[in-house]
Design a binder for this molecule. Structure first.
Ligand code: ACO
Length: 401
């Protein structure tokens, strides 16, 4: 009866859907997913074709503005981004204040949020022109902050790399260039990183993207909305899975490589262990990104001549899961993060930076979703609840309790 009263009080029926498994929060024209068939398309273009033929910056433009750019549009976009890539000197002081051991995702979320203080005009965006200015600013500064979290961790002086390079090339240079060294870029790594960033660039209303949209729906600025997205991405059930996968593979290897033992743990309902990198909320057939990444991982390792025993553990787990009724019945397949860490590791990127790499890829998707939400004039996001607490209790003074 109480619930019926509460429902009528809201002038409508409230549906309860924990985890929003079947609740749509918006209409969107950005990314199409068909989980059962393993289809993923950005603005209508298949992920397979984009990963093979486009660059990350082209895909970023496509996601944000809806069309693949002409050569002129792409050059202008890149130049505008490059023109906004310098961060305020005082941001360096904030970075300096973090302990060297701080997790890079925490540092990245804080610095992204702090950018608002140094760019107050990015908050009140009232026109597409204001939006464009905020977008190129963050596309320019975010990779710098991401790369600098690694430089700080490695005790390297901060460096802007070389702005005459491509967007992705310069990310690598900013991350790895040693002082007084003419860092030469390996085209195989540039190509692999470009692909990885494209594969991570958008995935409709996932946890971090929904977070960006809901924070942005209060008309908080773009940068703080993105900072909230970075925090949401950090968790091991979402973007943090790529770090968790590698740590799990390492642990299995250290423990003698007995994949069967870990398969049994994953199936044991009294054991909190889950096979990280397996399962997906939407893909219940296969994750199309995982297929592309698996191929890219093989190519990168072969080209670099890396023989990583971790790959054998990964392949063993995948083989066993595909034949195991627990995984087959629940439609649990390797997801995008099962193989991405293997590539990052081959590139010399430390494990704590893996989720930062994911954030670099997801940045244009978050921006596109935020822009769409603002242009569509969506109302503030505000879910309802079914209240299950006490109906009414008379207050007792502290002496009566
Ligand atoms: N290992 C073992 N069992 C699993 C796993 C797993 N990785 N994933 C799901 N299951 C089981 C659940 O225990 C549950 O079993 P039950 O029906 O017997 O209770 C069933 O499969 C369904 O799982 P849910 O958690 O209800 O599925 P949901 O859609 O809520 O979760 C998620 C999806 C979070 C990705 C989950 O599969 C998981 O935790 N995977 C491991 C973490 C991971 O790889 N995350 C990255 C996702 S991809 C990304 O964010 C980019």
């Amino acid at each position: 009866i109480d619930i019926i009263n509460l429902r009528s009080a809201t002038k409508g029926v409230i549906t309860i859907d924990p985890g929003y498994k079947n609740t749509g929060s918006c209409e969107s024209a950005i990314t199409f997913l068909e989980g059962d068939k393993g289809i993923l398309r950005y603005r209508g273009y298949s992920i397979e074709e984009l990963a093979e033929k486009a660059t990350f910056l082209e895909v970023a433009y496509l996601l944000i503005f809806g069309e693949l750019p002409t050569r002129e549009q792409l050059t202008k976009f890149h130049n505008d981004i490059k023109g906004q890539s310098v961060v305020d000197e005082d941001v360096k002081k904030i970075l300096d204040a973090f302990p060297k051991s701080a997790h890079p995702m925490g540092v990245l979320a804080s610095l992204t949020s702090a950018l608002t203080a140094f760019n107050p005009s990015s908050v009140n965006v009232n026109s597409e022109e204001d939006m464009y200015k905020a977008i190129v600013k963050i596309m320019g500064k975010f990779p710098v902050l991401a790369a600098w979290t690694l430089r700080k961790r490695n005790g390297l002086p901060l460096d802007y790399g070389d702005r005459s390079l491509g967007y992705v090339e310069n990310i690598l240079k900013m991350m790895f260039k040693q002082p007084n060294e003419d860092y030469t870029l390996n085209p195989i790594l540039i190509n692999a990183l470009d692909k990885l960033l494209i594969l991570h660039a958008d995935h409709e209303q996932n946890c971090s993207t929904s977070t960006v949209r809901i924070v942005g729906s209060s008309h908080a600025g773009l940068f703080v909305s993105l900072a909230a997205g970075v925090s949401a991405l950090w968790g091991p059930l979402h973007g943090g899975a790529n770090q968790a996968v590698l740590e799990m593979l390492e642990a299995i290897k250290e423990d003698g490589g007995d994949t069967k033992k870990y398969m049994a743990k994953a199936k044991d309902k009294d054991d909190p262990f889950r096979l990280m990198g397996f399962g997906h909320r939407v893909y219940k057939n296969f994750d199309p990104r995982a297929k592309i990444i698996k191929k890219a991982a093989d190519e990168v390792l072969a080209n670099l001549g890396v023989e990583d025993p971790i790959l054998d553990v990964a392949k063993g787990l995948e083989r066993e899961a595909l034949e195991d009724s627990y995984f087959v019945d629940r439609k649990l397949y390797p997801n995008v993060d099962f193989y991405s860490g293997i590539i990052y590791r081959a590139m010399g990127i430390p494990v704590e930076m893996f989720t930062v790499m994911f954030a670099l890829g997801r940045l244009p998707g978050w921006i596109a979703q935020w822009r769409e939400m603002r242009l569509n004039k969506e109302p503030i996001g505000r879910p309802r609840q079914i209240y299950t607490g006490a109906t009414y209790r008379k207050f007792k003074s502290i002496d009566e309790r």
